[in-house]
Design a protein around this ligand. Structure first.
Ligand code: NAD
Length: 489
């Protein structure tokens, strides 16, 4: 897609009418807009309408009106619409990928991967829509019968991050709709255009007016507060940082709103003494550098057994030094810029703090000299201390800190010594790796694999990484309430 066609695609999305209610776009009630910035150049792409509490309420009015009609549609009808959404999203995956690389900065290959991953949630949940089971049972005391069924939870408020602007939206919208709910969505302020693209696909797929509504805004808290204070909202599903998740849990508490929280991570990547070093390097390049390290599942701490450390480190340094950093839209780019200046500064500060404590840079990829964007060089750092800021915080960028270990007790203490528990990775002979994986406090463990995301698998974390699961069969249950009927016999 050339740059002219991409500009036209963005213009056709009508970003100045980005408040999407009842299947049509409108300007914000206040008339306010905010810029979307290209992180590769720091120049504005366009202005997007910035929703207010009044827009949030209007979106909710539409969702609440549409909810009963949508819930009354047959599961098959809902499934067919979602299936069409999958087809349409696959058909427009190149346009969406270009858009994501422009507004988010990620390498085009990563964007294309995301477009197909995001679409897959529509296909998976089109199939789950018709597989909602129940139960019929005789209770121990007899004298009655128990009938168990699932019903839609009600209007859902969805709040999504910028790092996977398409997939984090579809991973919520698809199961919510499959279960018979209407939704209101607030996308991240950095990436509202992708969400707008998804709205158009859903409309074209046949989603009725009011079932999916979108309120981009630079005033995130106004939107979430409006939604969570309204008795019509029965569930908030959030993906983002743990601090914002905590504040949303607080807002949900007074009305006891259902919550689904996909929060921050701090994934360990363990390479054991028996690991196939080359396979582990391949896995790490995905686990660490996919999306430029801006993934909640990104390998954040690399623990190397002393027996393989030298070989692994040398090979890793060669690979990282050769990474091509550039604008996401450049097809040659492997690592794009990080999303904004705040992210860039935060990552650099973590690196500086670690270096002050004795960490050493072992390898670095060159940065593009012709671009003024928010670039961070992919870097391998040797970290001598287990309490290094690079190991204790979610880096969310292309820094790869390595730390040696020699015994399993020491390793597990480091791996589990965090309040986060989203993903981790283990490389080694299968028996050892599985034994270790069972002891790791994380919702997901990649065993000899650097990728855990799969629409057909339950995605989610333990500890402060979240509550609930997305994708798989579990994903639709988050958007249902169990109801049981006790029948006199
Ligand atoms: P963020 O928490 O800053 O923002 C997420 C969303 O919340 C955005 O839409 C943002 O506009 C909104 N938001 C920000 N402040 C808010 C407030 N006070 N009230 C209501 N909404 C508010 O997170 P981010 O920087 O967009 O994303 C990065 C974080 O997300 C990382 O910690 C990452 O690990 C996490 N993440 C988790 C998963 C997962 O599945 N567990 C997936 C992707 C990202």
């Amino acid at each position: 897609m050339d740059s002219q066609a991409l500009k036209q695609y963005v213009e056709n999305l009508e970003p100045a009418k980005a408040i999407w209610i009842n299947n049509s776009g409108r300007a914000a009630a206040s008339g306010e807009t905010f810029p979307v910035i290209d992180p590769a150049t720091t120049t504005p792409i366009t202005e997007v309408s910035s929703g207010t509490a009044a827009d949030a309420r209007a979106a909710l009015d539409a969702a609440a009106s549409a909810q009963p009609g949508w819930a009354a549609r047959s599961p098959r009808e809902r499934g067919e619409i979602l299936r069409r959404a999958w087809e349409l999203m696959i058909a427009s995956s190149k346009e969406l990928a270009n858009l994501m690389s422009w507004e988010n900065g990620k390498a085009y290959g990563d964007s294309l991967g995301e477009a197909s991953y995001a679409a897959e949630f529509f296909r998976w949940f089109s199939e789950e829509a018709v597989r909602s089971d129940g139960d019929y049972a005789i209770p121990p005391a007899g004298g009655s019968r128990t009938l168990v069924t699932a019903r839609p939870v009600g209007v859902c408020a969805l709040i999504t991050p910028w790092n996977f602007p398409a997939a984090m939206a579809t991973r919520k919208i698809a199961p919510a709709l499959a279960a018979g709910n209407a939704v209101v969505l607030k996308p991240a302020s950095e990436t509202p255009l992708t969400a707008l693209g998804v709205m158009r696909i859903l409309k074209e797929a046949g989603v009725p007016a009011g079932v999916v509504n979108l309120v981009p805004s630079r005033h995130s808290a106004d939107i979430s507060e409006t939604w969570l204070a309204d008795p019509r909202v029965r569930l908030v599903s959030f993906t983002g940082s743990t601090p914002v998740g905590r504040s949303l849990l607080g807002l949900a508490a007074p009305r006891v709103v259902n919550t689904a929280m996909e929060l921050g991570g701090n994934a360990a990547f363990v390479v054991g003494a028996t690991a196939d070093v080359d396979a582990a390097i391949e896995g790490l390049m995905i686990a660490k550098f996919r999306n430029g390290g801006q993934a909640c599942t990104a390998a954040n701490r690399i623990y190397l057994h002393k027996d393989i450390k030298e070989e692994f480190t040398q090979k890793l340094c060669q690979r990282v030094a050769a990474l091509r950093v550039g604008a996401g839209l450049d097809p040659e780019t492997e690592i794009g810029p990080v999303v904004n200046e705040k992210a860039m500064k935060g990552i650099n500060q973590l690196l500086e703090a670690a270096l002050e404590q004795g960490a050493k840079v072992l390898a670095k990829a060159p940065l593009p000299s012709d671009l003024a964007g928010y670039f961070v060089a992919p870097t391998v750092i040797e970290v001598p201390r287990a309490d290094s800021p690079l190991l204790q915080n979610e880096i969310f960028g292309p820094l790869a800190p390595i730390k040696e270990y020699s015994c399993e007790d020491e390793l597990l203490e480091m791996v589990n010594g965090t309040e986060m528990g989203l993903a981790s990775y283990v490389y080694g002979d299968l028996n050892w790796a599985l034994h270790l994986a069972e002891k790791i406090e994380a919702g997901m463990v990649g065993v000899n694999r650097g990728l855990v995301s799969d629409p057909a698998a339950p995605f989610g974390g333990v500890k402060q990484s979240g509550i609930g699961r997305e994708g798989a069969r579990e994903g639709i249950r988050e958007f249902q309430e169990v109801q049981y009927f006790s029948i006199d016999w």
